[in-house]
Design a protein around this ligand. Sequence first.
Ligand code: FES
Length: 104
Amino acid sequence: MPSVIFVKRDGSEVTIEADAGLSVMEIGRDNGIGLEGTCGGSLSCATCHVVVDEAWVEKTGAPSADEEDMLDLAFGLEDTSRLGCQIKMTDDLDGLKLRLPDDD
Ligand code: FES
């Protein structure tokens, strides 16, 4: 089972094992790490915003045009920002590291 590492807003790290096929948003939301995912993954809220660790950018790939449009509405946008609902866990992403963006 692949695992994902979330760096929370206070700097602490949480490692969560999750089934392949689940989105990063679902994993974060269901484990209470402060990721919302208000729209349920339909690309219409940007509350699932995460910042991908540089080392993982190549594997997670680039956002789609629709994702880019929604990301433009997110707070604390960074070069490696993604919407968590658009990153599905796979065995290849085992160890994926993400940070929750600053929200102020
Ligand atoms: S959960 Fe709403 S855009 Fe990702």
